[in-house]
Design a protein around this ligand. Structure first.
Ligand code: M6R
Length: 364
């Protein structure tokens, strides 16, 4: 049942190239993005003034990436909220707000409650859901399914990766209709999207190197993940992956926030994972890496192939292949998933069923 893998998590990581392809291919028609299940005409799309993304855990992290991509590509304001916060804060929903609820299981109690609350306030709700026919899928006005297939491991990998893809497609669709990308740019994005599965595969095949690196950190007490912009979003997910299955305390920080408190936690040998995939932010990130390194941190960098300067500030570098800046999270997450996985395996933890956690959180 685990397809020859030792754990469901590994099997599901390996299913990512296929899951990603299954999620984008039905929505690509030549040079067009067609998302029929959105149930929105071009006119409806143009009437959207704002989006609100609400979710929990990794689905929330996908939403944070979505905010950067949607705002950047489609120039539409996006708010992202944790469902457990959103539902108790008497949210303001103006005319023209599209609510997006992201959930693998479609049964998360807080996300479902947020959906019901926003519908009662008159919002139109789009669900980005993996489990067909789940509560969120049934109660949303429209559903865009992520075609990841069943996910068993508590730590999500392939469903999260497909949520990113769904958000990219949505951003591309809105950008096209709103006229914020040229046809040529859109074609480029489609080409880049189509290359993600093979690039993910390549990164997965690098697993032995990550495993070797991970075994050096089995006894780590704290790990920090830092990034800026879209790389901050991936830091959040990388940190959650590590802590939920390895029980190592880890935190994600927007790199610019280090100086506002966290840097005091850096000691000799502390592992800092720095993600830098946004060329325009390389220099800023490198300064942050130098800052932590001077205080004794060991810096693991995840960056683009061709970043010649990273070595100046990193002790160990993992390169991701070239894609456009909006899609880098889909690649950068792979080594971070593998890192969490191998630490968990190395420590002898219950990888697929970590303590105190459930796959689907149906209680508040
Ligand atoms: O089923 P959902 O996507 O609504 O679940 C949300 C979170 O509970 C989930 O992503 C959780 O954080 C995972 N354990 C992360 O790996």
């Amino acid at each position: 049942e685990k397809g020859g893998c030792e754990h469901f998590m590994l099997k599901e990581m390996y299913e990512q190239p296929k899951a990603i392809t299954d999620t984008f291919s039905p929505r690509l028609k030549g040079k067009e993005i067609v998302i029929e299940e959105l149930g929105m005409s071009d006119e409806d799309i143009l009437s959207v003034k704002k989006m609100m993304i609400v979710a929990c855990g990794s689905a929330y992290h996908a939403g944070v990436t979505g905010k950067y991509v949607l705002e950047g590509m489609a120039r539409i304001p996006v708010e992202v909220d944790l469902a457990s916060e959103y539902r108790y804060r008497d949210p303001l929903i103006e005319e023209g707000t599209l609510m997006i609820i992201i959930s693998q299981s479609g049964e998360t109690a807080d996300s479902l409650a947020a959906l019901r609350d926003s519908r009662s306030r008159g919002a139109k709700v789009l669900g980005i859901v993996n489990v067909v026919g789940s509560s969120i899928a049934r109660e949303a006005d429209n559903v865009m399914y992520t075609w990841a297939g069943p996910e068993i491991a508590v730590a999500t990998t392939k469903a999260y990766s497909c949520q990113l893809i769904a958000l990219y497609l949505l951003a591309m669709k809105f950008a096209k209709v709103r006229g914020t990308v040229t046809d040529q740019e859109l074609e480029g994005y489609i080409e880049d999207l189509k290359r993600i599965p093979e690039q993910v595969e390549m990164l997965l095949n690098n697993k032995n190197r990550i495993q070797k690196f991970a075994t050096r950190y089995l006894a780590a007490r704290d790990v920090f993940f830092i990034g800026r912009g879209i790389d901050y979003a991936i830091s959040l997910e990388g940190s959650l992956k590590l802590k939920e299955i390895s029980y190592i305390h880890s935190e994600a920080y927007a790199a610019g926030e280090l100086k506002h408190g966290t840097i005091s936690l850096i000691e000799e040998g502390t592992l800092v994972a720095a993600v830098l995939t946004q060329e325009k932010l390389y220099q800023k990130m490198i300064s942050n890496m130098v800052e932590v390194r001077t205080r004794g941190a060991f810096v693991l960098a995840v960056t683009n192939e061709g970043n010649g300067e990273v070595k100046r500030a990193a002790d160990y570098v993992i390169y991701i292949p070239e894609t456009n800046p909006y899609f880098t999270n889909s690649l950068a997450i792979i080594p971070l998933q593998l890192f969490g996985y191998y630490i968990s395996v190395g420590k002898g933890c219950d990888v697929d069923k970590p303590r105190n956690l459930a796959k689907s959180v149906t209680v508040e």
